[in-house]
Design a protein around this ligand. Structure first.
Ligand SMILES: [Mn+2]
Length: 273
């Protein structure tokens, strides 16, 4: 059973005796991008850790699964990350028995920063019971398609409203969307060069896109016109959304506290006046 841990960008999956807490897109060290521009702010890692520890205390997981982009700089590891990432995980390994990390596109050179005993998994993901998890910048592995629900990160979904005085209101959101199975089957067969797409047994019915755990980050307003089709957003949203395997127009959007907002189509380019 998959539970939303309101009001946090976190999920709890109960499967057999395992309780797995899932969070995505920590982006530890995003402050480095600011310091490169001459703006120096203290490390925000302790706040992320504090928030995660509080959720762990509340949900008592036997496993923590991170859906990628643990750190922020993409190819290398910045100096701050050499300090912050090991400190962050040193505390977590004392708190949760099992920690697994699905690698995201920002996780280049992450492994040397991790304490022993933390398992890293490829971006193509992993399954627990009937739920598949992957980062989202690449295709999931074929084996994930046997899962009814696929959970991904990477997009940092948000909702954006405008008002006439020029204010912009943005909030992080959960996205729950139905799967276009035929399209998923076709696109995945093409990607993995499988000749007989019909041999693929796709059971996936829905996608859940997780909001980023690091709330300082910007994200992609999913109610922006052309998000699924316009060329300039294509690179960021990842291949699964690009392929139209996810029915994004009908996708349901929820605030972190569980409030249902409406569908992407209802909320597209909504101006408040
Ligand atoms: Mn990513």
């Amino acid at each position: 059973m998959l539970t939303f841990i309101e009001p946090h960008p976190a999920l709890l999956l109960r499967h057999e005796k395992q309780r797995t807490l899932i969070v995505s897109d920590l982006h530890i060290g995003w402050e480095v991008a600011l310091s490169e521009k001459g703006v120096h702010v203290p490390s925000q890692m302790p706040k992320l850790l504090e928030k995660l520890l509080q959720i762990i205390k509340q949900t008592k997981p036997s496993m923590l699964l991170l859906l990628g982009d643990v750190k922020h700089t993409i190819a290398k590891a910045a100096t701050e990350e050499w300090r912050d990432v090991p400190d962050f995980f040193a505390t977590l390994t004392r708190t949760v028995p099992i920690i697994k990390i699905i690698l995201g596109n920002h996780d280049g050179n992450l492994e040397p920063l991790l304490p022993e005993g933390i398992e890293t998994l490829p971006p193509t993901g992993t399954t627990i019971g009937d739920v598949g998890f992957f980062h989202g910048h690449t295709w999931p592995a074929v084996e994930l398609l046997k899962c009814r629900t696929l959970v991904m990160g990477h997009v940092h979904p948000m909702i954006m409203f405008h008002d006439p005085s020029g204010f912009r209101i943005t909030r992080q959101v959960w996205v729950r969307a139905k799967c276009n199975r035929d399209q998923l089957k076709k696109s995945l067969a093409r990607h993995y060069n499988i000749k007989q797409a019909t041999t693929l047994n796709v059971k996936t019915a829905q996608f859940i896109i997780m909001p980023s755990f690091n709330e300082f980050l910007g994200g992609q307003p999913v109610n922006r016109k052309g998000i699924g089709t316009d060329h300039k957003y294509q690179a960021f949203i990842g291949p699964v959304l690009r392929s139209k395997s996810v029915k994004i127009a009908d996708a349901e959007l929820f605030l972190l506290d569980g409030t249902f907002l409406g569908t992407v189509e209802q909320l597209t380019d909504l101006s408040l006046s």
